[in-house]
Design a protein around this ligand. Sequence first.
Ligand SMILES: [Zn+2]
Ligand SMILES: [Zn+2]
Length: 164
Amino acid sequence: MTKDIVKKKVRDILDEYLEANNHRKTAERYAILDAVYDMRGHFSLDELGLELETRNFRVSRATLYNTMRLFIELRLVIRHRFIGQTKYEACYDNEDHIHQICTVCGTVTEIESPEIADAIRNTKLHRFRKDGFSLYIYGICSRCQTVLSRQKSKSSNQKQGKNR
Ligand SMILES: [Zn+2]
Ligand SMILES: [Zn+2]
């Protein structure tokens, strides 16, 4: 699905919801949705606020928060609780990746895993309708591994020096 099609589909979902619930179709909500689907990867509320400012939309934090809550309900956005930080992510047509989380520096990277996506698709659920999934793999990123192994060899060199 191209980005334009995705953006149209999610706008339709919001349209339908607002119409069905007699909510006003404020330009603000659509601007936020558009920005969300233009942001790449994971973002915080502050980052989203800044993006909207560059588009000349000043939106209060409370409005952003409430709008994101609505988007989560509508399955347009997913909220991640990464280590020490809450991040959001557009999730329509964007659910088949998994997250690698470094437990040392907190960096989150994404990888594609068709095997896991297939396995989950084929998993029989118990009295449950699946709307999506999100998977985290915890470990240590290569940068932190390099730093850690350097520290290790440094301290073992120091120990050897003392013994001499
Ligand atoms: Zn992600
Ligand atoms: Zn790291």
